[in-house]
Ligand binder design. Structure first.
Ligand SMILES: NC(=O)c1ccc[n+]([C@@H]2O[C@H](COP(=O)([O-])OP(=O)(O)OC[C@H]3O[C@@H](n4cnc5c(N)ncnc54)[C@H](O)[C@@H]3O)[C@@H](O)[C@H]2O)c1
Length: 255
């Protein structure tokens, strides 16, 4: 395994599961010291133990908790190099605009968008101190494409993450801090598997739009995060980084 992240400190939110967990493993394998942040104490602690890192239980919508996460990371490891702001939710009561209530709308905005604002707000000052850093914010392919099967607040929140990441990338470019929005296509997570195992027609309706004819594996998303985190991506900032099997480029897909 390449060790391009040797000596770097990474804070990953939503590290207990899915993309965050795969990324914790990948960044640690490339030499980073990893701080795993999640609401889920049991799986978060398990993830941290597995990567020989540190677990901090925190709700990423809580300003004081987020501020404390980066303080603790820097106190423990001396610096902050990588922030992967990845925690997010996609609850069933976020649906068509016609049926989604204000409480459901607000909850998704808080967890998916306000949390990224807070994480960037409190990570950037630590990075400015040593004039270097890489922030990767998890958006989604739905930030750049519309779906008739709407999750209205989710899509709007990811559009917000994309625009905010671009703006921060531009603002801090001359200070050595890169900020990119990672836009995964649909990923083969337990949630997605369970949903589509029950309803193969629903899976097929989505898969037809993916030129590669399959969903992503979490490891494939983690590999993209490791790249963006590393100096191999030294000229990449304010970018819409799509890892989507070609979905966003497709009109007609192969049979
Ligand atoms: N899975 C996909 O198909 C897909 C596609 C595009 C984008 N994404 C995005 O990728 C990110 C990760 O998704 P995943 O599929 O790995 O999801 P997941 O549900 O497997 O993991 C998300 C983690 O975030 C944590 N979390 C949720 N709310 C939190 C909060 N308030 N504070 C702290 N932690 C919290 C959860 O406990 C969980 O461990 C999300 O932002 C999601 O929107 C996922």
């Amino acid at each position: 395994m390449i060790t391009r992240l040797q000596g770097r400190t990474a804070v990953i939110t939503g590290a207990a599961s899915g993309i965050g967990l795969a990324t914790a493993r990948r960044l640690a394998a490339e030499g980073a010291r990893v701080v795993c942040v999640d609401l889920d104490a049991e799986n978060g602690a398990k993830a941290a133990a597995e990567v020989n890192g540190r677990f901090i239980q925190a709700d990423v919508t809580d300003e004081e908790a987020v501020r404390a996460v980066y303080e603790e990371a820097v106190d423990a490891y001396g610096r902050l190099d990588i922030a992967f702001n990845n925690a997010g939710i996609s609850p069933p009561d976020d649906d068509s605009i016609l049926t989604t209530g204000l409480a459901a709308w607000r909850r998704v905005q808080e967890v998916n968008l306000t949390s990224v604002y807070l994480c960037c707000k409190y990570a950037i000052p630590h990075m400015r101190r040593h004039g270097k850093g890489s922030i990767i914010n998890t958006a989604s392919f739905v930030a750049v494409m519309g779906a008739a099967t709407s999750q209205i607040s989710y899509s709007a929140s990811k559009g917000g993450v994309l625009a905010m990441s671009r703006e921060l990338g531009v603002q801090f470019a001359r200070e050595g801090i890169r900020v990119n929005a990672l836009c995964p296509g649909p990923v083969n997570t337990p949630l997605l598997r369970e949903l589509f195992a029950k309803d193969p027609e629903r899976a097929a309706r989505r898969l037809v739009h993916v030129p590669m004819g399959r969903f992503a594996e979490a490891d494939e998303i983690a590999a993209a995060v490791a790249f963006l985190a590393s100096d191999d991506a030294s000229f990449i900032t304010a970018n819409t980084f799509l890892v989507d099997g070609g979905i966003s480029g497709a009109y007609v897909t192969p049979e």
